[in-house]
Design a protein. Structure first.
Length: 537
């Protein structure tokens, strides 16, 4: 047998194995389809029985349940009930009772606790959540808490399943879970409890007032706030004096959500006196729900709080109060922290203050205060606002924004300013944009200035020459020297200054000609430029 024969034999074997695998897969697929059809037919036998469960009174369900227990094809019945659990959005009593009486809840609880494959445990958790029986709660909580041994996907599915269970009997187990939950799990359990509504109010109020000072009591206050429980007002007010910082903080937030105006007095008393900064911050946030003058005055005082979070939450609360808080938000534009300035600017923008300022400029009614306010917005970091109004249709608005960008030294807006310097339809704005870039020291604007030397407007050419002299180097002297012969005195004066700034001592002819220029402004600039360049002539 030759080597070629061996290769051909091996190839034939591989092909044969491949064909065998394909045939086996086809047979297996056909068998699965047959099993599925058989199971579907067997489920059909029980559809009428299961449908009858939904139509009977609860007291008449017992005979039907007993009948189901005696059926031999339990697999088909289980598959049918699983189908019902997956397709129904709500959880009718008959389905809960059927799963409970037939022992299916216990079966899936056992599978969740003992199955080896994570997929089986995940399926069990998913189905238990769809059925919504309270008996599943302990097993689901155990699965969620098994952070070291359980698969992360299974724990997440179990957590979602726990959130689906609306059985009031689950409340007791969930409250107990909250009392023993780790810090990462407590907020999730609290959220699930809040979904049970009125059923959790009394347990949460009792837990909040627990004399043992349990650390998770703060989440009880949070649940009461989420549910806006009016009768929890006394308990929440009392909790403002709790020794636990987190309890005081969440109780303050809850009082804001409840919305009882009686809370204002208590919150104001604690806003400036609570020793914990993050509690004061929560109190400030809660006060944003109430918009009277006393609240605004106290929030203004809180803007001077040494804690960053308190000042930030005070700004947010003022923003929430609305137009009556405009003046305090304007004060916050002067805060030393840039993030707080930005937040105040956002709040004022939502109140329409920049729009009003722009309208004043359009009408020609701008005052020094208008320009000062725009500068404050620029310093606060309102980038999108400034960039948008650089494209405004009104020349006066664009001019005001260019001035604002320069005064606020907003180098981050240099690309937009360079675009105006190159393409604005108004020559005066092209010149002012170049002057702004020069004042901010934006060297990246040099190519734009070089292009602008050929502009048809003398103010633009002069501004471009000034920028090149201020930000360029000696290598630009060859570009600047021809500007000394420009037909406009503004440009010739700018060329004299620029040649001096770049140290063009060799530009003897240019300096000599400029010193004899008929325009006084040019001769003065030439004298200054020659001295700066160190020209001996």
């Amino acid at each position: 047998m030759t080597f070629l024969d061996v290769i051909l034999a091996f190839a034939a074997l591989v092909v044969a194995l491949g064909c065998l695998g394909v045939v086996a897969w086809l047979f297996y697929a056909a068998w699965l389809r047959r099993v599925e059809r058989g199971l579907s037919q067997r489920k059909g036998l029980y559809r009428a029985t299961v449908a009858g469960l939904a139509q009977r009174e609860r007291i008449l369900l017992e005979p039907e349940i007993l009948q189901l227990r005696t059926l031999h094809d339990f697999e088909a019945l289980e598959a049918l009930l699983e189908e019902q659990a997956r397709n129904l959005v709500d959880r009718p009593a008959w389905l809960l009772d059927a799963y409970d009486r037939l022992g299916l809840v216990e079966k899936y609880v056992a599978r969740l606790r003992t199955a080896r494959e994570w997929r089986e445990r995940a399926f069990a958790a998913e189905l238990l959540g769809r059925v919504g029986n309270a008996k599943a709660v302990p097993a689901l909580i155990e699965t969620i808490q098994a952070t070291r041994t359980e698969d992360a996907d299974v724990r997440e599915i179990a957590l979602r399943a726990l959130a689906r269970i609306g059985d009031p009997r689950a409340v007791e187990s969930l409250v107990d879970a909250l009392k023993h939950a780790e810090s990462w799990l407590a907020p999730r359990i609290a959220d699930i409890l809040a979904r049970h509504g009125e059923a959790v109010v009394e347990p949460m109020m009792a837990f909040l007032q627990d004399g043992t000072r349990h650390p998770a009591r703060a989440w009880a206050a949070n649940v009461l706030g989420e549910l806006k429980v009016a009768r929890a007002f006394p308990a929440l007010v009392a909790a403002l004096k709790d020794s636990d910082d987190e309890v005081r903080a969440k109780s303050a937030s809850a009082l804001g959500k409840v919305g009882d105006r009686r809370a204002v007095t208590y919150l104001l008393d604690h806003l400036l006196s609570d020793p914990a900064p993050f509690v004061r911050a929560r109190i400030a946030g809660a006060l944003g729900q109430f918009g009277d003058h006393e609240v605004i005055d106290r929030l203004v005082r809180a803007l001077g709080d040494p804690a960053w979070w308190v000042r930030m939450r005070s700004v947010e609360a003022l923003e929430q109060i609305g137009p009556s808080a405009e003046a305090p938000l304007t004060v916050a534009l002067d805060d030393p922290d840039p993030e707080i300035r930005l937040r105040a600017a956002v709040g004022l923008e939502r109140l329409g203050v920049p729009t009003r300022l722009v309208a004043e400029i359009e009408r020609g009614e701008a005052t020094p205060e208008t320009e000062t306010m725009l500068t404050k917005f620029g310093l606060a970091g309102a980038r999108e606002l400034l960039a948008e109004h650089l494209l405004h249709r009104d020349l006066r608005v664009r001019r005001a924004i260019i001035t604002t960008i320069q005064r606020a030294d907003r180098k981050d807006l240099a690309p937009e300013l360079m675009e105006r310097a190159a393409h604005d339809p108004e020559a005066v704005l092209r010149a002012e944009a170049l002057a702004g870039l020069q004042a901010m020291g934006v060297r990246e604007a040099i190519p734009v200035a070089l292009e602008a030397l050929g502009d048809g407007n003398e103010r633009v050419r002069a501004a471009a020459t000034d920028l090149l002299g201020e930000l360029g180097g000696r290598e630009l002297s060859g570009v600047l020297e021809p500007r000394a012969s420009d037909g406009d005195p503004l440009v010739r004066a700018a060329a004299a200054r620029a040649l001096g700034l770049v140290g063009a001592a060799h530009a003897e002819r240019e300096f000599a000609r400029l010193l004899r220029d008929p325009e006084t402004v040019v001769r003065i600039a030439a004298a200054d430029g020659a001295a700066a360049a160190g020209w001996k002539g």
